[in-house]
Design a protein around this ligand. Structure first.
Ligand SMILES: *Cc1c(COP(=O)(O)O)cnc(C)c1O
Length: 420
């Protein structure tokens, strides 16, 4: 642990809030070097939707490695890549009547967001990207320009340009319609808002505090994008791959985005893999116009294919996510109800936020939870929301144990907070 302080940059983050050395992990449990078992409700911020070291398809990776198959080949064709594309097409796209081309980008979510933004500018010949309050899209300059958080924006060190922020669903309170506001600004020749290349959004804002957009709002935004001649980009990096109880988080609203951005849980195993889904008419790229060394890593494509094969060939897995999500909602709402209307619970599928109202209480609760054996992180504008992203494969006993630890931790944190 001493190496962290003396050798690792001050930028380190999770090793501060989760002070332990983690040596093994399986399913929803992480083991620390000193023998503690920690229930994981963070899951790599949504990267481990199928849990750690999923035994049901881990062998796909070890077999691939053992066979001397190609690991790195830039974006050359390999059987692993062809099989992934075939599987994604038949298991995910065809079953949903969706037609997209694949673009494998560099391995991080931010890489893929950059590509999406760049492509929308190329397609439309416009520059402006409409993004939303509390949105989060990554740390590279194009992505951070479209992200709301002031702390992160400030750290970029240059003026960030090219994005205009609009209020997300609910941001203006229950009585104002944020979509009407956007519509008005885009249709008014004198509003000061340039015609956008794209409207970029998350259907549930992950880092922004688990803010859930309504179906009607999402549909309005899609219609507004269309009438403004802008592309609709859905950032499904955190909420995609099953987190909301459907493979794509926008299925419930019947959206048809021009570009979909996938990363985090796409490889299914925590390996880096990012991809854009692009409508054919928007695929304006010339060969090599957007390139990169690590695109479509073969090992990650192999595990991604295995995860799709295992969990998405029918609706059983998705139905399980809905059921487990309802258990979570019920439990979190009843915890909130014990304390009157002080706290709010938000979420969809198996992504939930418990809004503690104050960052101190959320911090104390998360810290206490970690001491008791539960890993949760915070999100929201001032980190006042406790975020629950358990593995979609979690068993009900571990889920209940984790929720119970949360309940006790909140209770203890409140007692510490109360003036004596
Ligand atoms: C994590 C995340 C990103 C950025 O992905 P990185 O791999 O960290 O670059 C972008 N958008 C959303 C919604 C995310 O959750």
């Amino acid at each position: 642990m001493q190496a962290l302080e003396s050798l690792e940059s001050g930028v380190r983050m999770y090793s501060r809030s989760l002070p332990a050395v983690f040596c093994r992990a399986c399913g929803s449990i992480m083991l620390t070097e000193d023998g503690r078992k920690i229930i994981d409700f963070l899951c790599g911020a949504g990267t481990l939707n199928y849990g750690h070291n999923n035994r049901r398809f881990k062998a796909s990776i070890t077999d691939y490695l053992a066979s001397d198959a190609v690991i790195h080949g830039l974006d050359m064709a390999t059987p692993a890549k062809l099989e992934f594309m075939d599987t994604f097409y038949s298991v995910i796209l065809r079953r949903r009547n969706l037609q997209y081309r694949f673009q494998f980008t560099g391995p991080t979510g931010a890489n893929a967001i950059e590509a999406a933004i760049k492509l929308s500018r190329k397609v439309t010949g416009r520059q402006n990207i409409i993004s939303f309050t509390n949105g989060y899209h990554g740390m590279s300059l194009g992505a951070i320009a479209a992200s709301g958080n002031r702390y992160y924006r400030k750290a970029s060190g240059v003026s960030l340009s090219g994005a205009t922020f609009m209020p997300y669903d609910g941001y203006l309170g229950p009585d104002a319609d944020a979509a009407d506001y956007l519509q008005k600004l885009l249709s008014d020749e004198s509003s000061g808002v340039d015609y956008p290349a794209a409207i970029l959004l998350e259907t549930v804002q992950g880092e922004g505090g688990i803010n859930v957009a309504r179906k009607e709002w999402l549909q309005s935004i899609q219609a507004i994008a269309k009438s403004a001649g802008a592309l609709l980009i859905v950032d499904d990096i955190q909420m995609g791959c099953g987190r909301t109880g459907e493979f794509f988080s926008f299925e419930f609203a019947n959206l048809s985005p021009d570009i979909v951005v996938l990363s985090k849980s796409l490889s299914g195993f925590g390996l880096p893999l990012s991809m854009l889904l692009i409508k054919e008419e928007c695929d304006a790229w010339q060969p090599g116009e957007h390139t990169g060394t690590f695109r479509g890593n073969n090992l990650a494509l192999v595990s991604a294919t295995a995860a799709l094969d295992l969990y998405w060939r029918d609706d059983i897995f998705a139905q399980g996510v809905h059921r487990t999500g309802e258990v979570m909602r019920h439990r979190l709402e009843s915890i909130a109800a014990e304390y009157g209307n002080r706290f709010s619970v938000r979420g969809r599928g198996m992504a939930f936020g418990f809004d503690c109202g104050a960052p101190e209480l959320a911090a104390r609760t998360a810290r206490t939870a970690f001491e008791k054996g539960l890993m949760v992180e915070r999100c929201g504008p001032v980190d006042q929301v406790i975020k629950f992203l358990p593995a979609l494969t979690i068993d009900s006993e571990t889920l209940n144990d984790g929720l119970e630890i949360f309940e006790h931790s909140l209770d203890e944190a409140l007692k510490q907070t109360r003036p004596s």
